[in-house]
Ligand binder design. Structure first.
Ligand code: ADP
Ligand code: MG
Ligand code: ZN
Length: 474
């Protein structure tokens, strides 16, 4: 990002996350993504007169869990309010949201630098429908309408695009990990509004902010921030003034443009939702929910390093996918070298699941118990790393125990004396490669090592073979 020497970026984020309850916030309609337009609707969620909403208890629990996972205080008394505005995506002409009594307050997310991004509040609300533009006409699809949504609002604590991107990633992993949302940005179940202002370095007073609405791609959020920061700096340099307004980021042109609705000037005339009783929770219930939360992925990462002795980098990419991290832990019970498990998962398993979604939804047919058998054979020195990798690939194909592929003979790896003899054969039968290697062709060594590996069907340790051959020829 280009840094304008004179100005500091100040930003705050409002993140909307759809909760993965089975049914909508006030009715029994499904929350499933997609489907035929307006098929997931009923008189309640399209707000027909005379209908009465009934709040979904799971959505309340999920919101509290999100608050607990982000270090918030949970309000034992909370309530829903009507936020009034007229727009076609909102059939009732109001959105049921929370105003002055949100469910969660005063949390934070800690960045890797140790800096804490304060969370002002997390409140529960209903999602709006979706406008679909086609051939110059506008259609509306209310399938998304009334799906429970939380809004996570930070204080204006961000000072760089990197901090914002790290926060989004941490928030996403944290919320996904507790299972209250799939946080799929590409499907719009997690969307960010970025509020940006600039001020001269050293100044205390914040500048006027603009708000870029509804972004759901990390790449484009980064670009939009960069663009908007530069735009405001240049405007101020030219003696202009930033106008408080809502912007849309146009991905194809990498610019922000003013949204027509002057939302910031709007008065929503919030008032308590009369059809829904206040939400009263007990400290005991909050404690139960706290106890039910799985370990935070960042805490888990540090524990993986210390409990299993795996590299920080490996721990980081494994805890990123909760189901794979669970599989790892189930597999390494009583295993002396859990590193072997990490290596196989990262090299072989990940290769079969190239997309993030595949890794996140990990549903590969492989039993932890079978993997544990393979790791035990490795621990006992009965398999070489190469052999283990080959077997693991087979296990991924067929989900069988490694023993299904091994005979007793296979399990006896050649001893050092045998390896020494085979290395001698390799050298004697490949004089040309020996000469080539001595002449500086490093690759020629591979021919010699390959000879031994082939003779033992990959059953011995490649590093040991290499070392033995090197000793013989130098
Ligand atoms: P509103 O309710 O009108 O959207 P809020 O005060 O709740 O306004 O702020 C919305 C978001 O904007 C919050 O994330 C907040 O941190 C951020 N924000 C407020 N003032 C500024 C500012 N001057 N610069 C950047 N971000 C700001
Ligand atoms: Mg706002
Ligand atoms: Zn409905």
């Amino acid at each position: 990002m280009v840094i304008y020497m004179k100005y500091e970026l100040v930003a705050g984020l409002e993140t909307h996350i759809e909760l993965s309850t089975k049914t909508k916030l006030f009715c029994g309609c499904t929350t499933e993504f997609g489907g035929e337009q307006n098929a997931h609707c009923c008189p309640i969620c399209i707000g027909l007169p005379g209908t009465l909403p009934k709040i979904n208890g799971a959505a309340i629990d999920y919101t509290i869990m999100a608050g607990l996972a982000t270090n918030c205080e949970i309000s034992l008394y909370s309530r829903m309010d009507r936020k009034n505005y007229v727009y076609p995506d909102l059939p009732k002409a109001y959105q049921v949201s929370q105003f002055d009594f949100p469910l969660c307050k005063n949390g934070f997310i800690e960045l890797s630098s140790g800096k804490k991004i304060r969370i002002n509040r997390i409140h529960l609300e209903e999602d709006a429908g979706k406008l679909v533009h086609k051939n110059g006409d506008v259609y509306v699809d209310y399938n998304r309408g009334c799906i429970p949504l939380i809004e996570v609002v930070t204080e204006p604590d961000f000072r760089s695009a990197d901090e914002i991107l790290e926060y989004i990633e941490k928030l996403r992993l944290t919320i996904k990990n507790i299972g209250v949302s799939d946080c799929k940005m590409q499907e719009g179940s997690m969307r960010c509004d970025v509020n940006i202002s600039v001020r001269p370095f050293g100044a205390e007073k914040f500048g006027t902010r603009t708000e870029i609405k509804n972004m759901n791609s990390i790449t484009f959020i980064g670009k939009a921030i960069e663009y908007e920061y530069a735009r405001q700096c240049e405007l101020l340099d030219e003696g202009g003034k930033v106008v408080q307004e809502t912007l849309h980021y146009i991905e194809s042109e990498n610019i922000t443009t003013s949204a027509r609705d002057k939302e910031d000037a709007q008065d929503y005339r919030y008032f308590p939702e009369p059809d829904i009783v206040p939400i009263v929770t007990t400290a005991k219930r909050v404690e139960e929910l706290r106890q039910s939360l799985p370990e935070n992925p960042f805490v888990r990462m540090v524990r993986f390093e210390s409990d299993y002795g795996i590299a920080a980098e490996d721990a980081k990419i494994i805890v990123r996918y909760k189901l794979i991290a669970d599989f790892f832990e189930d597999s390494v019970k009583n295993i002396k070298s859990p590193r072997n498990a990490a290596n196989l998962i990262i090299s072989s398993l990940f290769r079969r699941m190239p997309t993030e979604t595949e890794k996140e939804d990990f549903s590969y047919r492989i039993d932890a118990a079978h993997f544990n058998e393979l790791l035990t054979l490795l621990d006992e020195g009965k398999l070489s790393a190469n052999q283990a990798k080959t077997l693991f690939e087979k296990m991924l194909d067929e989900n069988k125990s490694p023993h299904a592929y091994l005979t007793e003979a296979d399990l006896t790896a050649p001893d050092d004396g045998e390896i020494e003899k085979l290395c001698r054969d390799a050298v004697d039968n490949n004089q040309k490669s020996v000469e080539d290697y001595k002449a500086g062709k490093d690759k020629a060594l591979q021919v010699l090592v390959g000879y031994v590996m082939k003779a033992t069907k990959g059953k011995c340790d490649g590093a040991l073979v290499k070392e033995t051959i090197l000793k013989m020829i130098s």
